[in-house]
Design a protein around this ligand. Structure first.
Ligand code: ATP
Ligand code: MG
Length: 787
């Protein structure tokens, strides 16, 4: 329903939309007001006026600019400017700096533009130029969230914990979490620019094509640095190509300017209608490699569930995918977006659950595939939970269909995807539960859920018992498994089909532990003594798991994922092959760094692989020998073994290899070290840290850094008497193990089992307790800083 008010400018009318109960929304500024006087205030106000004039500047710039390509690489802007000056004044030339393959030339006015476009052929320095009007785009204003660079500086887990602890209650913690993770204004702008750039270039090669972003960049669950999912819609291009082949058959009454017969057109190489998806993707990859500035590591992945071309944007490190056959994802993206707009509790709740699941290594497969829930599936689980509250926070998908208008009835690939475009069409929820309660309830509900016996249906907003669901034709094709989560639109698709039994079980266990914690005062109330509280404890890696202590013994889990590495390092890791093993090695080298260089322990690699294969007895014997060897080394009386010596000793043993320790587990990586601690480096660290930092922090050695931690250990050793004592305080063996799951998927968690020398077993407890808190954080820091 549009407001028609006398005296309002045409564009203003388009901007204002009336809402039920007398409210209004300004589409330009994304502002909702309660009544007409407030609307008038808004329209007269600074913000609206500023955006209106910005829009008109952008639009006039667009209307008088041309997109130019075809010139020789390295052509200076001045040459282009000189050339176009012959038609009238040139205001500005924006060159693509990286590959130098296109430019946007802003002319003085529309008249000059028309003169330029009327010229059938342009050439510069003997090269034929392609000159086209610029794509017209709707002006979109995106809410300034935080000023900043293209990519938000990621808060360290420690800093994040500190910030969260300062909030007043759990609800405030959750809102803060969203602010910390969502895109900065700069990052959003960068993504918009990249999408525009792709659009311009692809239009050049695939006339009529459109580049449409989907996934977390646009669905309301953006996290700084998340991938950029793009869909290249070639429908119109196919029609153009077909019409260009048949004698003039204008499309929609407009004869497209398709150059598909010319020898330099990429379309002359391929028939889009009959080409296979991998063939088209190869072509897309070629365009990306050769013509899109700043893009590298282009790779076709033809065999994924949804085949894509992967790429990386050099300057920002952004990773992205382009798919050509993924219309349902565009639709489910709009659905997620609608849910975030329907209720303001959706975003904070999803961000909190996602972060918790990431920390517990339950979700977010770092390289695609693997046995963990992906973020889409996890988000659906939260939405389903909100549908099942009483009263519901969100409507079911079936209800959304009822609420949608005729023109919103969409069928994609045969699936009913009808739902309202606008959240204003939805009934507001009567549910008044706060975020703190909802999160606790999420854990309670899924801690005790029959994932195997039912299919979670967002369409119906209820679990459907497995035998009965099989009656429906679409649902009968669902691939059932330990966790059954039906896609809200593609009803034959279980979005959690990749989740294996082990992960499903861990998910339930982690939910149970989290639910238990949420019942405590530590979750519900801010600590008055400065202790961690609320979400912070939930987000501690590994703490939510409840495994039988007898089974785990002295075990520290390192729930690390390659996602914490910069995109480039991650890519190198992927490309080097045998990803699992390389990741394992990287973490192991982080562990030894922390033990040796930060905590001043000695640490000697043990020939674990062989011993394991030859049996436990041999392993124990070898362990003893190694321990003796450690003691026999001239480590005492003030001489510390150099790192080089230790490395050399380590490398003299054969490199650890893949083992089979348990027939129920497939291949596993494992490694072990014999270690010794010489000083009580775990005692009084905070005091020493304070002394070292003093009132003036040292910029070379910032607080919380591993450099500072190493100095703390050194200072403690000096206090103890600088020299190493004749005998170590504690001796112990660490066994590191990373397992692939039963389906052979990637599990990047590494567990460390500590085995103290029998005579040190009691004293070891204190040191172990310290390591539980210290080691996971320090190893993570090392991996990040080393990358
Ligand atoms: P992030 O990239 O932060 O992990 P995301 O939502 O973008 O989150 P992707 O794995 O990149 O997740 O997937 C992009 C989009 O593709 C999803 O948002 C969703 O729209 C769609 N999608 C992903 N996985 C599935 C699936 N199993 N079934 C249907 N659609 C999916
Ligand atoms: Mg994504």
């Amino acid at each position: 329903m549009e407001v028609k008010k006398a005296g309002m400018a045409e564009s203003m009318l388009d901007d204002v939309e009336s809402l039920p109960r007398g409210g209004f929304r300004c589409r330009l500024c994304h502002v909702t007001v309660a009544n007409k006087p407030s609307l008038d205030d808004h329209l007269r106000g600074k913000k609206h006026q500023r955006l209106e004039s910005l829009r008109s500047v952008r639009q006039t710039q667009e209307l008088r600019s041309v997109f130019v390509s075809g010139f020789r690489k390295g052509t200076p802007a001045s040459e282009l400017s000189d050339y176009f000056q012959t038609y009238g004044e040139v205001i500005n030339v924006v060159m693509d700096k990286d590959k130098g393959v296109y430019a946007i030339v802003e002319l003085q006015d529309k008249e000059v533009l028309e003169k330029v476009l009327a010229q059938p052929q342009h050439s510069l320095g003997g090269q034929k130029l392609r000159v086209k009007p610029r794509e017209k785009k709707d002006f979109k204003y995106t809410q300034p969230r935080k000023q900043g660079s293209a990519k938000r500086e990621q808060l360290s887990p420690k800093k994040l914990a500190q910030e969260l602890c300062q909030a007043d209650d759990v609800d405030a913690q959750m809102s803060l979490l969203v602010q910390q993770f969502e895109f900065s204004e700069g990052e959003r702008r960068l993504r918009d620019l990249l999408v525009t750039l792709f659009q311009e270039v692809f239009l050049e090669f695939f006339p009529g094509s459109a580049i449409l972003p989907f996934g977390s960049s646009v669905n309301g669950f953006d996290v700084s640095g998340c991938d950029l999912d793009l869909f290249l819609d070639l429908e119109k291009t196919k029609k153009f190509q077909a019409s260009a082949k048949s004698p003039i058959e204008p499309l929609d009454g407009v004869s497209p300017e398709v150059d598909s017969h010319s020898e330099d057109s990429i379309l002359s190489d391929i028939d889009l209608a009959s080409a296979s998806v991998p063939e088209v993707l190869e072509l897309v990859a070629t365009v990306l490699r050769k013509c899109v500035p700043g893009v590298h590591h282009v790779q076709v992945v033809p065999n994924a569930r949804c085949p894509v071309v992967k790429f990386c944007h050099k300057e920002s490190g952004l990773r992205g995918d382009i798919s050509i056959d993924n219309k349902l994802a565009l639709r489910n993206t709009c659905f997620l977006q609608l849910c975030t707009e329907a209720d303001e509790r959706v975003r904070p709740l999803v961000y909190a659950v996602r972060h918790w699941a990431k920390q517990q290594v339950l979700a977010g497969n770092p390289f695609g595939g693997g046995p963990l829930l992906n973020n889409y599936a996890l988000t659906l689980l939260v939405l389903f939970f909100l549908q099942t509250r009483s009263p519901p926070v969100l409507p079911t998908v079936a209800r959304l269909k009822e609420l949608s208008e005729d023109e919103e009835q969409t069928v994609v690939d045969g699936w009913d995807c009808g739902f309202p475009k606008d959240s204003a069409q939805l009934e507001p929820s009567c549910n008044t539960e706060n975020l703190c309660t909802l999160l606790a309830e999420f854990f309670r509900v899924f801690g005790d859920y029959d994932f195997v016996g039912c299919v979670i249906s967002l369409r119906e907003g209820q679990p459907l018992p497995v035998p009965s669901i099989l009656v429906s034709e679409a649902s009968s094709k669902l691939k059932l498994g330990p966790l059954n989560l039906q896609d809200p639109f593609e009803l034959s698709h279980n979005v959690a089909a990749n989740v294996n039994e082990k992960t499903a079980l861990r998910f339930r266990r982690c939910c149970q532990a989290a639910a238990k914690y949420c019942r405590s005062l530590q979750y519900q109330r801010k600590s008055s003594k400065g202790k961690i509280w609320g979400l912070v404890r939930l987000f501690q890696p590994g703490t939510a798991e409840t495994e039988a202590p007898a089974a785990t013994g002295l075990v520290i889990g390192l729930p690390l994922t390659p996602a914490l590495l910069p995109a480039q390092t991650r890519e190198q890791l992927c490309q080097a092959g045998d990803l699992h093993w390389r990741w394992f090695q990287r973490v192991c080298s982080g562990i030894t760094f922390v033990l040796k260089d930060v905590l001043r322990c000695s640490c000697l690699k043990v020939r674990e692989g062989l011993e394991r294969e030859q049996g436990e007895a041999a392993e124990r014997q070898q362990g003893e020998q190694q321990r003796e060897a450690t003691a026999e080394q001239p480590l005492s009386a003030g001489r510390k073994r150099s790192l080089d010596e230790e490395e050399a000793a380590g490398s003299s043993s054969p490199s650890p290899k893949r083992l089979r320790t348990d027939p129920s587990f497939p291949e596993e990586e494992s490694m072990a070290w014999d270690c010794a601690v010489w000083h009580k480096v775990w005692l009084g660290r905070r005091r020493v840290r304070r002394q070292l930092c003093g009132p003036q922090p040292d910029p070379q050695c910032p607080s919380g850094s591993l450099e500072l931690e190493a100095k703390v250990s050194e200072a403690i050793s000096w206090q103890d008497g600088e020299a190493r004592p004749a005998d170590p305080l504690l001796q112990f063996t660490i066994h590191a193990q990373a397992g692939a799951d039963a389906s052979g998927g990637l599990d990047t968690r590494i567990s460390l089992r500590f085995e103290p020398a029998p005579e040190h077993a009691a004293a070891f407890q204190e040191f172990f307790h310290f390591l539980q808190g210290f080691l996971p954080r320090a190893v993570e820091q090392r991996l990040v800083s080393e990358a």
